[in-house]
Ligand binder design. Structure first.
Ligand code: ARG
Length: 564
């Protein structure tokens, strides 16, 4: 129980006639700015409207009915009832909970093991993975961890962009300018080069686009040569993507790209036809979405080939049947909002009620030094390069701060990669942000390394205490400096639920920054390791901070080295 709940419950018991519910009372409770006004205070103004009495009198009368044994003291100041929490008792309960539940602290069973599919990462074959796909990867991964902590069964699906007219373009480009040796030597860069060249040439020669479209149709029809080239491009790309996922420490339950749904689209077309939803318009087949205030969704091109949305319709239906999800998340950049609005609308038109369980989770654009990332123009920030630069920056700092550290390279990897992931997750998803690597990897500031460093510092204190066994029956703290940490530790279970409800890993990132800051302040003000009666409780506090910081970072997908 947190401090507000504790106070709300006692007020509820003291109030007559169910005047307010616990939740209402909690909403009215305030955290006073000054310590002498208590930890929580209840302004009685709200009751004066209901009881037609003046708030001061209400405060006086109500305070008399409160069970004061539950608190250190209860004081009335004007219209306020101020509650002073029994801090020592409260603190030892919190520490006891964290230390007994360890990394399971904060777990709940809201999800009842139900399935939640998460469409994440989903880069496009034959192109380098961009910073945008990085965002989708790390946000999706963090959401999966958060949903699992809330008792759901997350299913991480990489919906690879491995189908569509661009493969017609690529095959056409390869046929014109490609060389097998060149592709083998540096697959993605070479394929990208062909793709960029195709766009340049197609500006001059329109007919190239028609030829590309023809190749894609061949691919959809299972043509031998088209299929062979497509499979080759795909497998080369996947190798490279997987090496990046390994670096990030992200795994998937399924790699089912758009091509997986090629044979599942006729059913979609049938359903649409049977419901009379498919209309012919200027040679293409569309579903009218006027009543949703959306542009019509184009479902089939004039040559019968499918579109991105056609494949997503088949995907959504497949996922419902296969996993019977209670929620289906799509972590995709905000530029695709319209696509997902259309997708949900068409599914609703098809009569699928569960379309309401589809949640599009958009995020903003990342720029590097102010530059937008784009593959068409060929200006691409390679994720691999960003990661290795980040790891190098981390290594430089570690060499300075801790020259005697044994496994510097390994720690630098955790810190460098962790820094990128954390930076991506600390802002609300929808925010656009610029990327200055130096700032991101810095050990001071609102960074991942700052949180990792606080965790390592806690672990180092515990090592210096000779790893004393902590006595769980002696957790009374006597120092006021620890109270801020206790309140934050106590909030962790709430934070887990909030992060899930808002689909916001940043809730956890911000929480971990605050906890790390409070801990560093505590560390600066308190002699932790002196031998006195409270040493055990202080070590319990340090251990609890270490557990909760590590678990917060784990939820975000960031490692927490014990030394750095
Ligand atoms: N491959 C797409 C892109 O890079 C993202 C796919 C997102 N998932 C989906 N089911 N549409 O733009």
């Amino acid at each position: 129980m947190n401090t507000k709940e504790l106070v709300a419950l006692e007020i509820k018991n003291a109030l007559e006639d169910n005047l307010l519910s616990i939740n209402e009372i909690e909403d009215y409770l305030e955290h006073p700015k000054r310590d002498d006004l208590g930890d929580i205070s209840f302004p009685t103004f709200v009751l004066s409207k209901i009881l037609h009495k003046n708030p001061k009198d209400i405060a006086e009368e109500l305070a008399k009915k409160i069970n004061v044994d539950k608190f250190e003291k209860v004081e009335v100041v004007g219209p306020y009832i101020n509650f002073f929490i029994k801090k020592t008792e409260f603190a030892s309960n919190v520490l006891h909970n964290v230390l007994t539940e360890k990394n399971n602290y904060g777990d709940n069973t809201i999800g009842k093991d139900q399935n939640v599919t998460i469409d994440m990462s989903s880069p496009n074959i034959a192109k380098p993975m961009s910073m945008g796909h990085l965002r989708s990867t790390v946000i999706g991964n963090a959401l999966a961890n958060i949903f699992a902590k809330n008792g759901f069964n997350p299913i991480k699906i990489n919906h690879l962009g491995d189908w569509g007219t661009q493969f017609g373009k690529l095959i056409q480009a390869y046929k014109l300018w490609g060389s097998e040796e060149e592709v083998k030597c540096d697959p993605i860069n070479t394929l990208l080069k062909y793709y960029v060249k195709f766009h340049k040439e197609a500006e001059k020669d329109e007919s190239l686009n028609d030829k590309a479209r023809a190749w894609f149709t061949k691919l959809e029809d299972g043509d031998e040569e088209a299929t062979r080239l497509w499979k080759w491009f795909s497998s080369e790309s996947l190798k490279e993507f997987k090496s990046i996922y390994d670096e990030l420490g992200v795994t998937f339950d399924h790699y089912t790209g758009e091509s997986f749904y090629n044979d599942k689209m006729p059913e979609i077309i049938d359903i649409l036809n049977n419901k009379g939803l498919l209309k012919e318009s200027r040679g293409v087949k569309i579903v009218d979405l006027d009543k949703y205030n959306l542009n019509p969704a184009v479902i089939q091109k004039s040559d019968g080939s499918s579109l991105y949305i056609t494949r997503d319709l088949a995907t959504a239906l497949y996922r419902k049947r296969e996993y019977n999800f209670v929620q289906s998340l799509y972590v995709v950049g905000s530029e695709q909002r319209n696509h997902f609005d259309q997708l949900k609308a068409v599914l609703k038109e098809m009569g699928f009620e569960w379309a309401n369980d589809i949640h599009y989770i958009p995020f903003g654009l990342i720029t590097l030094n102010g530059q937008k990332l784009s593959t068409r123009a060929g200006r691409v920030v390679l994720l691999k390069d960003v990661i290795s630069d980040s790891v190098n920056l981390a290594l430089e700092q570690i060499k300075q701060k801790n020259p005697s550290l044994q496994n510097k390279e390994e720690v630098a990897h955790s810190v460098g990669v962790g820094a990128i992931i954390f930076h991506d997750l600390k802002n609300e998803k929808i925010n656009q942000f610029d990327f200055d690597l130096k700032e991101v990897v810095h050990f001071e500031g609102d960074t991942g390394p700052y949180v990792q460093y606080a965790h390592a510092r806690a672990e180092s204190i515990l090592r210096k205490s000779n790893c004393k066994e902590i006595d769980l029956n002696n957790l009374s703290l006597n120092d006021i400096n620890s109270w801020d940490i206790i309140k934050q530790l106590n909030r962790f279970p709430e934070i887990i639920v909030k992060a899930m409800n808002e689909y916001e890993p940043s809730v956890i990132a911000k929480y971990s920054l605050n906890l790390a800051r409070s801990f560093n302040k505590y560390y600066g003000n308190t002699k932790i390791l002196v031998e006195d009666d409270y040493l055990n409780a202080r070590l319990a506090l340090v251990k609890s901070v270490s557990i909760v910081l590590k678990e917060s970072l784990r939820l975000l997908g960031v490692e927490a080295p014990n030394e750095m």
